[in-house]
Design a protein around this ligand. Structure first.
Ligand code: SDX
Length: 360
């Protein structure tokens, strides 16, 4: 009897031309480009073109313009943001608004889904703060308009570049849990909106995309470098996981951590916070080595994600929403790749329950 692989660890569930996560060497490749070539050097719109190329026959020639139009189109759904939704977390409210978008498989549906996490999250954050939503400006690049819809004012070029770097850095990452969930739903031919809703739901979990918010809680509870060891030892003694550390694939440092740390450095006002975070990170890595000597527990993408999104004035409760703003491009590319060549995803299982009693 073949035993199930715990968490499907080591199971190859798809062939993809989209991205490769080399966990042994800490390398991320997206359609033949290394992260170093992409982070800080590419706009999110160009990343969409890189990921979507070959998968959408009706891919718009002018992606920035098409994404701007899509933001304006989905903004109409913000009117459905009622008090019932305002009591939900930002990710739940964004998911509910996204569910209002029609299903389908073409680029028009895909571009609305690219726009949805950004437009809905900005509106939800403002509404939960008692402020009116800000309509999109279709002439701006996506990252700049996200910050403008959030704040109601134009962000600096450095801030827009920092958010663009984040969105590009997290856009695609192999067969992570949320991308796999999106592929499973796409494989039933349910449609791109259904696939993205599956991705959002999987991303929400604290073991996956829900980790960056708790990183801020950890930093705030530690307060100053001298408290780091006691706090971390206490967390591990309780059996808690340190958010922002460890990874199923990376057994060395996640290359995205330093790409995002570099973006934090562009935002001058945050240097003191960055130095504090680096001290906490060093303590956490040392203590994880002491407690789990046989486990390669390194910093993952979420640790410096938290610093960057905090520096851009996103509330920690909405950090996962911002992750979805970037990752939705990967979900939509993988969904189309699954539709292009894949069959229905339906793995086997081994039954370990009781058998029927033999008839007397
Ligand atoms: C993302 O897959 C992707 O690509 C995901 C992602 C993407 O871009 O899509 O990279 C994004 O999800 C990054 C990970 C964000 N999550 C966190 O930061 C939450 C904290 N990290 C962990 O819970 C954990 O490291 C996982 C979930 C990320 C990976 O867990 P695994 O591979 O299932 O490993 P495991 O849970 O089986 O743990 C193995 C051992 C255990 O100890 P022992 O069994 O030896 O006793 O390592 C320990 C764990 O207790 N461990 C940790 C730890 N992570 C693993 N101990 C303390 N703190 C941690 N963070």
């Amino acid at each position: 009897m073949t035993a199930a692989s715990d968490g499907l660890e080591g199971v190859v569930a798809a062939e993809t031309v989209l991205s490769e996560v080399d966990g042994a060497n800490g390398v991320l490749i997206v359609r033949g480009r290394s992260l170093d070539e992409l982070a800080g050097r590419t706009t999110y719109e160009d990343m969409v073109g890189l990921l979507f190329g070959g998968f959408y026959a009706d891919l718009p020639a002018n992606i920035p313009a098409a994404l701007g139009v899509a933001r304006v189109e989905v903004f109409k759904e913000v009117a459905a943001l009622d008090t019932g939704l305002l009591d939900r977390t930002p990710i739940e409210a964004m998911r509910a608004l996204t569910a209002r978008l029609g299903d389908g498989d073409d680029a028009q549906v895909a571009f609305r889904l690219l726009a949805a996490p950004a437009v809905f999250t900005a509106a939800v954050i403002r509404a939960q703060a008692g402020e009116a939503p800000v309509a999109p400006d279709p002439t701006l690049r996506h990252a700049a308009d996200i910050l403008r819809m959030l704040r109601g004012a134009t962000a600096s070029a450095a801030e827009a570049d920092a958010l663009d770097t984040y969105l590009v850095t997290v856009a695609d990452h192999g067969l992570n849990a949320s991308t796999f969930a999106a592929r499973v739903v796409a494989s039933t031919r349910a449609g791109l909106t259904s696939a993205v809703l599956a991705g959002i739901s999987a991303l929400k979990g604290p073991l996956h995309g829900g980790a960056p918010g708790p990183v801020i809680e950890m930093l705030d509870e530690i307060g100053e470098p001298g408290n780091a060891r006691a706090w971390i030892e206490g967390a591990l003694a309780r059996g808690d996981r340190l958010m922002g550390f460890g990874h199923r694939i990376y057994k060395v440092r996640d290359p995205r951590a330093d790409a995002l740390k570099a973006a934090v450095r562009w935002l001058d006002a945050r240097q003191g916070r960055l130095e504090f975070a680096e001290a906490v990170e060093a303590a956490a890595l040392a203590i994880l080595r002491e407690h789990k000597p046989n486990r390669a527990l390194q910093t993952n993408v979420e640790f410096y994600t938290a610093l960057l999104l905090e520096a851009l004035d996103f509330p920690p409760s909405a950090f996962t929403n911002v992750f979805a703003m970037g990752r939705v491009a990967g979900w939509l590319a993988h969904a189309r790749e699954q539709l292009a060549g894949g069959r229905l995803i339906r793995p086997a299982s081994v039954y370990v329950g009781p058998m029927p009693k033999k008839a007397a």
